[in-house]
Design a binder for this molecule. Structure first.
Ligand SMILES: N#Cc1c(-c2ccc3ccn(Cc4cccnc4)c3c2)n[nH]c1N
Length: 242
């Protein structure tokens, strides 16, 4: 998979040289390219923004500079992803779909955002899909944090990136659609708190049942919307007694 990130703050993406994503790049599992939008400016001040039509505070990112950049980066087609407060929620299901694609391009806006004609234009370009997404209902100063989140959420799903693929199944928002159960390690007693006895029992069926119950309780308490979203097959008869 190839992921391009276009931003006026390329150094913001430096963490993607580290840890799991960094290893995936080194192993050739992920071709990640970070670009400085200002490389496509033509004036001496390397201008990327201007005042908004219709007035209002702040500045808007110019469509012409973005167009020159994205024409080049999207030359072979791809999925243009635009982080924005007004976007569709980025979910695990979205990350799973994106992990199956060949080329993602993340356009990181700043100021009051990118001129709306950029997304509108690329929706008409053959071979280009456009998705505007949001991390959540809070306001950031730009799209770079969302790019970091998206790249990590997608990269960890690529074959060969995570050591034990089984760990991708049980985690929160995984295949079961529930939040993850609580996890424990040594020592068995700490700060007057003991690890739940069942986890020390070695009885795998009971441990599995306990973990499922804990995931259901947590999800019902913290994310009742996820429980409601579970279809009839998502909850068995025992689940409904928890
Ligand atoms: N994803 C995501 C986001 C963003 C976000 C993403 C891109 C940009 C580009 C500029 N801003 C500042 C800005 C502030 C207010 C109005 N319009 C724009 C961005 C905020 N904020 N919150 C999220 N969940």
């Amino acid at each position: 998979m190839r992921i391009d990130v276009v931003t006026i703050f390329p150094e913001y993406l430096a963490p993607l040289d580290l840890s799991l994503v960094g290893k995936a790049r080194t192993a050739g599992l992920l071709d990640l390219r970070v670009h400085d939008l200002r490389a496509w400016t033509t004036d001496r001040h390397r201008t990327v923004d201007d005042t908004p039509f219709g007035g209002g505070a702040g500045m808007v990112m110019r469509p012409d500079v973005w167009g020159t950049a994205l024409d080049e980066v999207l030359a072979g087609g791809g999925h243009l992803l635009v982080p924005t407060p007004s976007g569709a929620p980025l979910t695990q299901r979205t990350a799973e779909r994106l992990a199956g694609e060949e080329h993602l391009v993340v356009a990181c806006g700043r100021y009051e955002g990118i001129d709306a004609r950029v997304a509108e234009h690329y929706r008409t370009v053959p071979g280009v899909q456009v998705s505007e997404f949001s991390l959540g209902d809070y306001v950031l100063n730009g799209g770079e944090v969302a790019a970091l989140v998206l790249v990590e959420a997608v990269a960890r799903l690529l074959p060969g990136v995570v050591g034990n693929p089984a760990s991708l199944v049980e985690e929160s928002h995984g295949a079961a659609g529930l939040l993850e159960y609580p996890v424990y390690t040594k020592p068995p007693s700490w700060a007057g708190l003991d690890v739940p006895e069942v986890l020390l029992s070695g009885h795998h069926a009971r441990i599995e049942r306990w973990r499922r119950d804990e995931a259901l309780v947590r999800t019902a308490a913290r994310r009742p919307d996820l429980v409601r979203a579970l279809d009839a097959d998502g909850l068995d008869a025992h689940d409904r007694t928890v």
